[in-house]
Design a protein around this ligand. Structure first.
Ligand code: AMP
Ligand code: MN
Ligand code: MN
Length: 356
């Protein structure tokens, strides 16, 4: 990104009336926040982990909190438990990447760990053993299904993004919201609200965005990094995915194989946006994209327009997520995976009174 200091100063100056205090919706008990502050206060080193194949919310929230902890004089390590440890290309613009270490270099038994946007213990991938051995684990998350696998839960199922909880923690720690931190938090907020389009976009979301933009961040450049650029091969792979898209009984679905990607050297992480094209189909209530990862497993992205709870469907298949955006991993063939998905989808539809 090319920082334009004058532009930043102009925006920041214009926004001097923005209230710096994040709204607290009260989902996390005060005692839990107090305990988190105490644990952090006592720790010399804090080990941060977000869910595997991180998205903007997972990585952005983690790096934002990392910046604050560093400014408090803590040693900070941050990671995610992918076998092939690499920050997805579209998140490489996020500041603070120097805090990241591969899972092999993560403390084996951290004194204090904080997890970000991970709805289950399994979502920590290779860092599961480190987490199991950590003395204290603070779970910062917004997934309704998260039952709290740590020693302290800071979970708000109504929050549009983990970034909202990260901002609250930052504020309570007395951290200063600067442009780097705001960039990380904004990436989380826009990723999880679909650029303020999803129903999770409350006034509190826009108020938070106002606080972040007031630091002078470049929303246009962030949007371009996240959504408006890709290698040429993406267009070709997208074309193959759209070529074989199917519409059956209110379900629109397609898949992308490793071979599709290999032809253009396209990394797996570049596939994230395909679901957003597929899910626009008027005739479908549910959209599915199966993406074959580098190990040959299918990472299944699912979306609903509201009547179907895809989190329930994915939970039955070993995954999870939110009512309208969920996922799971399948080791089957495409045909078997879709047969299993439609079977579970039928059950969920039946349970919700036959609504499409
Ligand atoms: P995605 O389609 O990858 O953007 O994922 C949508 C949502 O589904 C994410 O926010 C996660 O909460 C959830 N999710 C995706 N993959 C998995 C998985 N393998 N296990 C559990 N939850 C998942
Ligand atoms: Mn996430
Ligand atoms: Mn999230």
């Amino acid at each position: 990104m090319t920082p334009d200091v004058r532009d930043g100063a102009r925006r920041a100056g214009r926004s001097s009336h923005v209230d710096r205090r994040p709204a607290d919706c009260g989902a996390v008990p005060e005692a839990a926040w107090d305990r988190a502050l105490r644990l952090i206060g006592q720790a010399d080193e804090v080990a941060l982990a977000c869910h595997v194949t991180p998205d903007g919310d997972a990585l952005g929230s983690m790096l934002a909190v990392g910046f604050v902890l560093r400014s408090m004089g803590k040693r900070v390590v941050a990671s995610f438990g992918d076998r092939h440890f690499a920050v997805p290309r579209l998140l490489r613009f996020l500041p603070g990447q120097e805090m990241l270490v591969p899972p092999a270099d993560f403390p084996a038994a951290p004194e204090l760990m904080i997890t970000f946007d991970a709805s289950t213990f399994e979502r920590l991938g290779l860092l599961r053993d480190n987490t199991a051995r950590a003395r204290e684990v603070i779970v910062l998350d917004h997934h309704p299904s998260n039952e709290g696998f740590g020693t302290l839960s800071l979970i708000d199922a109504k929050a549009a993004a983990t970034a909202m909880l990260a901002e609250q923690l930052l504020y309570r720690l007395g951290g200063r919201l600067d442009r780097d931190i705001a960039t990380c938090l904004y990436a989380g907020l826009v990723t999880d609200t679909g650029s303020f389009r999803y129903s999770s976009t409350t006034p509190a979301v826009h108020q938070m965005a106002a606080r972040l933009v007031a630091t002078g961040l470049h929303t246009d450049e962030i949007a371009r990094e996240l959504w408006d650029r890709s290698p040429f091969g993406y267009l070709k792979v997208l074309a193959s995915a759209l070529e074989r898209v199917m519409l059956e009984d209110g379900l629109v679905w397609t898949y992308v194989t490793r071979i599709d990607r290999a032809a253009y050297g396209l990394p797996y992480a570049e596939l994230e946006g395909i679901i957003d094209i597929v899910r626009r189909t008027d005739e479908a209530e549910v959209a599915v994209v199966l993406k074959e990862d580098d190990q040959g497993d299918w990472q299944v992205s699912t979306r609903s327009k509201g009547t179907v709870d895809v989190a329930a469907v994915c939970a039955a298949l070993g995954g999870g997520g939110h009512h309208n955006a969920a996922g799971y991993t399948s080791h089957d063939t495409v045909e078997e995976a879709m047969a299993a998905f439609t079977r579970e989808l039928r059950k969920v539809r039946r349970r919700s009174g036959g609504a499409s």
